[in-house]
Design a protein around this ligand. Structure first.
Ligand SMILES: [Zn+2]
Length: 149
């Protein structure tokens, strides 16, 4: 069972992608890209695109997801989709019931899928957490993160 995610380029996620346009409190979501290694997951970059967003949720556009999948199949991307992130602007870091349902669906496609929740407006302290999903207990658990410089 994977218990660690190693993260590169996370500052880009924290300070760029997860921030809503116009400093609004709209949720932003995107995909985490990377690769597996023994006992862990190396997350190397993130990608985001067209999505439907509100203050309560965000959903990536299916065309965007298809474009990414096609690029992978065509060999234009060497990384794999290993997870997704979404922001909880100013509401704290947790998984909502809808988040857990989404998480469970992705884990059916790829059991190692991870979910990152980030609060880009949090002034100090931990601004993000990673979660893994346990299909046997049908519950999400915190994932240890090691950040590479
Ligand atoms: Zn959420």
């Amino acid at each position: 069972m994977r218990r660690e995610a190693v993260v590169q380029a996370l500052k880009t996620v924290c300070e760029g992608l997860a921030r809503s346009p116009n400093e609004s409190n709209v949720e932003v979501s995107g995909l985490l890209l990377g690769k597996e290694f023994a006992g862990g997951l190396l997350i190397t970059s993130t990608v985001t695109g067209k999505q439907t967003s509100s203050e309560m949720r965000s959903k990536l556009d299916e065309d965007f997801m298809a474009t990414i999948a096609q690029a992978m199949v065509a060999g234009q991307m060497v990384e794999r989709i290993v997870g997704m992130f979404h922001s909880h602007p100013d509401i704290g870091i947790f998984l909502s019931q809808q988040d857990v349902r989404t998480f469970a669906n992705f884990c059916r496609l790829y059991p190692g899928f991870v979910m990152m929740v980030i609060d880009p407006l949090r002034p100090r302290g931990e601004r993000y957490k990673f979660f893994r999903y346990d299909a046997y207990t049908r519950s999400a658990h915190l994932l240890t993160v090691r950040e590479l410089e």
